[in-house]
Design a protein around this ligand. Structure first.
Ligand SMILES: C=C(O[C@@H]1C=C(C(=O)O)C=C[C@H]1O)C(=O)O
Length: 279
Protein backbone atom coordinates (compact mmCIF):
# COMPACT_ATOMS: atom_id res chain seq x y z
CA UNK A 1 0.00 0.00 0.00
CA UNK A 2 1.25 3.49 -0.82
CA UNK A 3 2.37 5.67 2.08
CA UNK A 4 0.03 8.68 2.46
CA UNK A 5 2.03 11.91 2.42
CA UNK A 6 0.89 15.41 3.43
CA UNK A 7 3.21 18.03 1.91
CA UNK A 8 3.29 21.81 1.59
CA UNK A 9 2.05 23.66 -1.46
CA UNK A 10 4.65 26.48 -1.39
CA UNK A 11 7.81 27.12 -3.38
CA UNK A 12 10.12 26.38 -0.44
CA UNK A 13 9.61 22.58 -0.29
CA UNK A 14 10.06 22.17 -4.07
CA UNK A 15 13.64 20.77 -3.92
CA UNK A 16 12.60 18.22 -1.26
CA UNK A 17 9.73 17.12 -3.51
CA UNK A 18 11.83 16.64 -6.68
CA UNK A 19 11.61 12.83 -6.95
CA UNK A 20 7.91 12.87 -6.04
CA UNK A 21 7.17 15.33 -8.84
CA UNK A 22 9.53 13.96 -11.52
CA UNK A 23 9.41 10.41 -12.76
CA UNK A 24 7.37 7.40 -11.72
CA UNK A 25 9.79 5.93 -9.16
CA UNK A 26 8.24 7.42 -6.02
CA UNK A 27 4.74 8.04 -7.35
CA UNK A 28 3.99 4.30 -7.12
CA UNK A 29 4.98 4.08 -3.49
CA UNK A 30 3.75 7.41 -2.14
CA UNK A 31 0.39 9.11 -2.41
CA UNK A 32 1.09 12.86 -2.03
CA UNK A 33 -1.48 15.43 -0.98
CA UNK A 34 -0.44 19.10 -1.06
CA UNK A 35 -1.84 21.58 1.44
CA UNK A 36 -0.80 24.38 3.82
CA UNK A 37 1.66 23.68 6.69
CA UNK A 38 -0.88 23.79 9.54
CA UNK A 39 -3.12 21.37 7.63
CA UNK A 40 -0.22 18.91 7.00
CA UNK A 41 0.25 18.63 10.74
CA UNK A 42 -3.48 18.11 11.31
CA UNK A 43 -3.63 15.32 8.72
CA UNK A 44 -0.65 13.49 10.22
CA UNK A 45 -1.87 13.85 13.80
CA UNK A 46 -5.39 12.71 12.86
CA UNK A 47 -3.99 9.58 11.14
CA UNK A 48 -5.17 10.70 7.69
CA UNK A 49 -1.53 10.81 6.55
CA UNK A 50 1.45 8.58 7.48
CA UNK A 51 4.21 11.05 6.61
CA UNK A 52 4.03 14.82 6.68
CA UNK A 53 6.22 17.82 6.03
CA UNK A 54 5.08 19.49 9.20
CA UNK A 55 5.85 22.68 11.14
CA UNK A 56 8.29 22.02 14.01
CA UNK A 57 5.67 23.74 16.17
CA UNK A 58 3.35 20.80 15.52
CA UNK A 59 5.79 18.01 16.50
CA UNK A 60 4.46 15.75 19.26
CA UNK A 61 6.28 13.01 21.24
CA UNK A 62 4.40 10.32 19.24
CA UNK A 63 5.88 11.42 15.92
CA UNK A 64 9.37 10.53 14.69
CA UNK A 65 11.48 13.02 12.73
CA UNK A 66 12.96 11.58 9.53
CA UNK A 67 16.69 12.47 9.64
CA UNK A 68 18.31 14.54 6.91
CA UNK A 69 15.83 17.04 5.47
CA UNK A 70 14.38 20.31 6.75
CA UNK A 71 12.93 23.66 5.74
CA UNK A 72 15.17 26.13 7.55
CA UNK A 73 17.12 29.32 7.03
CA UNK A 74 20.60 30.22 8.17
CA UNK A 75 19.99 33.96 8.29
CA UNK A 76 17.40 35.61 6.04
CA UNK A 77 14.40 33.57 4.89
CA UNK A 78 12.45 36.33 3.02
CA UNK A 79 9.21 34.30 3.13
CA UNK A 80 8.41 34.95 6.79
CA UNK A 81 7.71 38.66 7.09
CA UNK A 82 6.43 40.53 10.10
CA UNK A 83 5.22 43.80 8.59
CA UNK A 84 4.77 46.54 11.21
CA UNK A 85 2.80 49.69 10.45
CA UNK A 86 4.49 53.02 11.18
CA UNK A 87 8.04 53.61 12.31
CA UNK A 88 7.95 52.80 16.03
CA UNK A 89 9.34 49.27 15.54
CA UNK A 90 8.54 45.96 17.20
CA UNK A 91 8.04 47.45 20.67
CA UNK A 92 4.95 49.36 19.46
CA UNK A 93 3.06 46.25 18.27
CA UNK A 94 -0.14 45.44 20.21
CA UNK A 95 -2.08 43.40 17.59
CA UNK A 96 -0.84 41.03 14.86
CA UNK A 97 -2.97 39.69 12.02
CA UNK A 98 -1.48 36.23 11.50
CA UNK A 99 -1.83 33.85 8.55
CA UNK A 100 -3.68 30.76 9.78
CA UNK A 101 -1.61 28.55 7.42
CA UNK A 102 1.33 28.91 9.79
CA UNK A 103 2.15 27.08 13.00
CA UNK A 104 5.89 27.55 13.37
CA UNK A 105 6.08 31.21 12.39
CA UNK A 106 3.30 32.21 14.78
CA UNK A 107 5.05 30.41 17.66
CA UNK A 108 8.45 31.94 16.72
CA UNK A 109 6.78 35.35 16.72
CA UNK A 110 5.31 34.67 20.16
CA UNK A 111 8.80 33.72 21.40
CA UNK A 112 10.21 36.87 19.84
CA UNK A 113 7.76 39.13 21.63
CA UNK A 114 7.20 37.37 24.94
CA UNK A 115 10.65 35.91 25.62
CA UNK A 116 12.96 38.42 23.94
CA UNK A 117 11.02 41.72 23.85
CA UNK A 118 8.88 41.15 26.97
CA UNK A 119 5.67 42.32 25.32
CA UNK A 120 2.55 40.28 24.62
CA UNK A 121 0.62 41.29 21.49
CA UNK A 122 -2.75 39.76 20.60
CA UNK A 123 -2.96 37.52 17.50
CA UNK A 124 -5.89 37.86 15.12
CA UNK A 125 -6.27 34.87 12.76
CA UNK A 126 -6.42 36.16 9.19
CA UNK A 127 -6.29 35.16 5.54
CA UNK A 128 -2.94 35.89 3.87
CA UNK A 129 -3.77 39.27 2.35
CA UNK A 130 -1.46 42.07 3.51
CA UNK A 131 -3.62 45.16 2.97
CA UNK A 132 -6.72 44.00 4.92
CA UNK A 133 -4.40 42.47 7.53
CA UNK A 134 -2.62 45.80 8.06
CA UNK A 135 -5.92 47.70 8.04
CA UNK A 136 -7.15 45.57 10.96
CA UNK A 137 -4.01 45.24 13.12
CA UNK A 138 -0.69 46.96 14.00
CA UNK A 139 1.25 44.24 12.18
CA UNK A 140 0.81 41.37 9.71
CA UNK A 141 2.59 38.01 9.85
CA UNK A 142 2.92 36.67 6.30
CA UNK A 143 4.37 33.27 5.42
CA UNK A 144 5.34 31.35 2.32
CA UNK A 145 4.51 32.48 -1.20
CA UNK A 146 2.18 35.34 -0.08
CA UNK A 147 5.15 36.81 1.86
CA UNK A 148 7.39 36.61 -1.23
CA UNK A 149 4.69 38.39 -3.25
CA UNK A 150 4.19 41.06 -0.58
CA UNK A 151 7.93 41.86 -0.74
CA UNK A 152 7.59 42.42 -4.50
CA UNK A 153 4.60 44.73 -3.89
CA UNK A 154 5.88 46.75 -0.99
CA UNK A 155 5.20 50.07 -2.71
CA UNK A 156 1.53 49.30 -3.39
CA UNK A 157 1.01 47.92 0.12
CA UNK A 158 2.57 50.99 1.78
CA UNK A 159 0.60 53.29 -0.55
CA UNK A 160 -2.58 51.70 0.86
CA UNK A 161 -1.72 51.46 4.57
CA UNK A 162 1.10 53.97 5.08
CA UNK A 163 4.82 53.38 5.73
CA UNK A 164 5.77 50.04 7.30
CA UNK A 165 8.85 48.35 8.70
CA UNK A 166 9.53 44.86 7.36
CA UNK A 167 11.10 42.34 9.76
CA UNK A 168 12.42 38.96 8.58
CA UNK A 169 11.45 36.55 11.38
CA UNK A 170 14.37 34.18 10.67
CA UNK A 171 16.86 37.04 10.93
CA UNK A 172 15.28 38.21 14.21
CA UNK A 173 15.66 34.68 15.65
CA UNK A 174 19.19 34.20 14.31
CA UNK A 175 20.38 37.56 15.67
CA UNK A 176 19.20 36.66 19.17
CA UNK A 177 20.20 32.96 19.30
CA UNK A 178 23.02 32.58 16.77
CA UNK A 179 21.17 29.48 15.50
CA UNK A 180 19.39 28.67 12.25
CA UNK A 181 15.66 29.26 12.06
CA UNK A 182 13.89 25.93 11.47
CA UNK A 183 10.33 25.84 10.12
CA UNK A 184 9.53 22.25 9.18
CA UNK A 185 10.72 18.64 9.10
CA UNK A 186 9.50 15.37 7.65
CA UNK A 187 7.71 13.52 10.44
CA UNK A 188 6.15 10.08 10.43
CA UNK A 189 3.79 8.04 12.57
CA UNK A 190 6.28 5.22 13.42
CA UNK A 191 3.56 2.54 13.31
CA UNK A 192 3.21 3.24 9.56
CA UNK A 193 6.73 1.81 9.04
CA UNK A 194 6.93 -1.42 11.02
CA UNK A 195 10.02 -2.92 9.36
CA UNK A 196 13.64 -1.73 9.37
CA UNK A 197 13.68 -2.11 5.56
CA UNK A 198 10.71 0.26 5.19
CA UNK A 199 12.34 2.82 7.50
CA UNK A 200 15.65 2.67 5.64
CA UNK A 201 13.88 3.01 2.30
CA UNK A 202 11.94 6.08 3.48
CA UNK A 203 15.06 7.82 4.83
CA UNK A 204 16.90 7.11 1.56
CA UNK A 205 13.98 8.19 -0.65
CA UNK A 206 13.57 11.54 1.13
CA UNK A 207 17.28 12.34 1.20
CA UNK A 208 17.82 11.30 -2.42
CA UNK A 209 14.89 13.49 -3.44
CA UNK A 210 16.47 16.47 -1.65
CA UNK A 211 19.85 15.87 -3.32
CA UNK A 212 18.25 15.55 -6.76
CA UNK A 213 16.17 18.70 -6.19
CA UNK A 214 19.26 20.65 -5.19
CA UNK A 215 20.97 19.50 -8.41
CA UNK A 216 18.01 20.79 -10.46
CA UNK A 217 17.73 24.38 -9.24
CA UNK A 218 17.56 25.79 -12.77
CA UNK A 219 14.75 23.37 -13.72
CA UNK A 220 12.85 24.38 -10.59
CA UNK A 221 13.29 28.08 -11.48
CA UNK A 222 11.86 27.37 -14.96
CA UNK A 223 8.96 25.32 -13.56
CA UNK A 224 8.02 27.75 -10.82
CA UNK A 225 8.33 31.06 -12.67
CA UNK A 226 4.96 30.82 -14.46
CA UNK A 227 3.34 29.39 -11.35
CA UNK A 228 4.48 31.99 -8.86
CA UNK A 229 5.16 35.07 -11.04
CA UNK A 230 8.39 36.11 -9.36
CA UNK A 231 11.64 37.10 -11.11
CA UNK A 232 13.88 34.11 -11.92
CA UNK A 233 16.69 35.59 -9.85
CA UNK A 234 14.39 35.87 -6.78
CA UNK A 235 13.37 32.21 -7.07
CA UNK A 236 16.98 31.08 -7.63
CA UNK A 237 18.23 33.07 -4.64
CA UNK A 238 15.38 31.83 -2.46
CA UNK A 239 16.02 28.15 -3.27
CA UNK A 240 19.80 28.36 -2.95
CA UNK A 241 20.49 31.09 -0.37
CA UNK A 242 17.38 31.78 1.74
CA UNK A 243 16.20 28.23 2.44
CA UNK A 244 18.50 25.64 4.01
CA UNK A 245 17.46 22.04 3.40
CA UNK A 246 19.85 19.93 5.51
CA UNK A 247 18.81 18.93 9.01
CA UNK A 248 22.28 19.36 10.55
CA UNK A 249 23.28 19.50 14.26
CA UNK A 250 22.76 23.30 14.43
CA UNK A 251 19.19 22.89 13.13
CA UNK A 252 18.50 20.17 15.69
CA UNK A 253 19.80 22.44 18.46
CA UNK A 254 17.57 25.21 17.11
CA UNK A 255 14.44 23.02 17.22
CA UNK A 256 15.25 22.07 20.81
CA UNK A 257 15.76 25.69 21.88
CA UNK A 258 12.66 26.89 20.02
CA UNK A 259 10.42 24.23 21.60
CA UNK A 260 11.95 24.88 25.04
CA UNK A 261 11.32 28.65 24.82
CA UNK A 262 7.85 28.16 23.32
CA UNK A 263 6.91 25.83 26.19
CA UNK A 264 8.31 28.27 28.76
CA UNK A 265 5.96 31.03 27.54
CA UNK A 266 3.05 28.55 27.18
CA UNK A 267 2.84 29.04 23.42
CA UNK A 268 3.29 25.28 22.76
CA UNK A 269 3.14 22.11 24.89
CA UNK A 270 6.52 20.80 26.14
CA UNK A 271 8.04 18.30 23.68
CA UNK A 272 10.87 16.57 25.55
CA UNK A 273 13.81 14.94 23.72
CA UNK A 274 13.44 14.84 19.94
CA UNK A 275 12.47 11.46 18.58
CA UNK A 276 14.18 10.40 15.31
CA UNK A 277 13.20 7.57 13.01
CA UNK A 278 15.82 4.83 13.49
CA UNK A 279 16.95 2.74 10.54
C1 LIG B 1 9.98 29.09 5.18
C2 LIG B 1 8.72 28.83 5.29
O1 LIG B 1 8.40 27.80 6.09
C3 LIG B 1 7.10 27.26 6.19
C4 LIG B 1 6.46 27.80 7.37
C5 LIG B 1 5.79 27.02 8.29
C6 LIG B 1 5.03 27.60 9.47
O2 LIG B 1 5.11 28.80 9.71
O3 LIG B 1 4.36 26.83 10.18
C7 LIG B 1 5.82 25.64 8.10
C8 LIG B 1 6.46 25.06 7.05
C9 LIG B 1 7.32 25.78 6.13
O4 LIG B 1 7.19 25.38 4.79
C10 LIG B 1 7.71 29.61 4.57
O5 LIG B 1 6.65 29.09 4.26
O6 LIG B 1 7.99 30.74 4.26
Amino acid sequence: MALRVAAIDFLNPAPLMWDFDHGPRLSQRYDVHLTEPSQCARELLAGRADLGLIPVAALTPELAIVPGCTIASLRQVRSIQLVVKGTAGLASVRTIAADTASRSSVAYTQVLFRHFLKTDPTYLPAKADPIPMLQSADAALLIGDPALHALEHRTQIEAAVGPCQWFDVATEWNTRTNLPWVAAVWAVRPEALPTAAARTELIEDLNQSRLHGQLHTEDLVTEWQPRIHLPAQTIRHYLTQNIHYTLDPACIEAIELFRHLAAEINALPPLGPLNFLQQ
